[in-house]
Design a protein around this ligand. Structure first.
Ligand code: F6P
Length: 319
């Protein structure tokens, strides 16, 4: 009897529950037992594990967060913690493991694969910072949340004739800023992958103001610097009353959108199909619209590339 364990790890992301549901139901459908490991690698170390049934995952596909809980486990990165996790897997007879999470979580999964555990990693992160997949699950919901926030900010910014620096998440990745900048019609984005020309940004704001523009929205990725400091400098240089909005954790919560539910469901199903028929370590991802499966070691070597083309389009349509 195959026993599949599933855990979610790292920052939660909308769509985690869709993956948990798809893994549980697919596992049962293919004749395996499925076990939910609570709070990521922490629950794996502590043996905080419960069997999941068809009904355990009812009524969760539309919910944000993760019903299994999550954590950023420091203990798993220690030798003792890692070995304890291996012991728990053995004690429970869990011979297959599905890990949903971002970069750090999937690196943890690869380490388990390196010592012979059959693992499939599912990319779940709002940051979209994994090179092997065009999109990680949760990214588009976060971008939608940010875009809606920009629309609200735009109303008040326009009314007062101000500028607003909107700080978004993403760690070292500028994708949330890039995609929401396009969708929200921002004047500029500032991302960690690229330097920014302060003088050009100031010039654009002044030209816009002289043309009668009553708002100036700049999306700044959290990894690109200090948004408050930038706002002060921008206000000094332009003379435009400038406010800062740090969107924070609202970006991580909320009901997953259609795309994240579909990606979560299809990737979760593919992870189970694959893990039941193959040994070793893998990751699921999406490339050019197709969900596929890759060696986890190779997948994690693929560098994330910033989309210069989208960035160029943003520049052109925000003049
Ligand atoms: O990885 C997702 C993310 O939301 C990043 O965008 C952000 O930098 C980080 O997690 C925040 O982590 P925490 O929840 O530990 O504060």
């Amino acid at each position: 009897m195959n026993k599949i364990g599933i855990l979610t790890s790292g920052g939660d992301s909308p769509g985690m529950n869709a993956v948990i549901r798809a893994v549980t139901r697919s596992g049962i459908y293919y004749g395996a037992e499925v076990y939910g490991i609570m709070n990521g690698y922490e629950g794996l170390i502590d043996g905080d594990i419960k069997q999941l049934f068809e009904s355990s995952v009812a009524d969760i596909i539309h919910r944000g967060g993760t019903v299994l809980g999550t954590s950023r486990s420091e203990r798993f990165m220690t030798k003792e913690g890692f070995n304890q996790a291996l012991k728990v897997l053995k004690d429970y007879g869990i011979n297959k493991l599905i890990v949903g999470g971002g970069d750090g979580s999937l690196r943890g999964a690869r380490e388990l694969a390196d010592v012979g555990i059959d693992v499939v990693g599912v990319p779940l992160s709002i940051d979209n910072d994994l090179g092997f997949t065009d999109y990680s699950i949760g990214f588009f919901t976060a971008v939608t949340t940010v875009t809606n926030a920009i629309s609200n900010i735009r109303d008040t910014t326009e009314s007062h004739g101000r500028a607003n620096i909107v700080e978004v998440m993403g760690r070292n990745c500028g994708d949330i800023a890039l995609y929401s900048g396009i969708a929200g019609g921002a004047e500029n984005i500032i991302v960690p992958e690229k330097g920014h020309d302060f003088k050009e940004i100031v010039k654009k704001a002044i030209v816009g103001k002289n043309r009668g523009k009553r708002h100036h929205i700049i999306i700044m990725a959290e990894g690109a610097g200090d948004s408050r400091k930038f706002a002060k400098e921008f206000e000094m240089a332009t003379g435009i009353d400038t406010k800062v909005t740090i969107l924070g954790y609202i970006q991580r919560g909320g009901s997953p959108n259609v795309l994240d539910r579909i990606l979560g469901s299809t990737m979760g199903n593919m992870a189970v199909e694959h893990i039941l028929n193959h040994l070793g370590g893998y990751a699921v991802g999406v490339k050019a619209g197709k969900v596929g499966i890759y060696s986890i070691a190779e997948a994690l070597k693929v560098e994330k590339v910033f989309d210069d083309n989208l960035d160029e389009i943003l520049k052109i349509i925000s003049i």
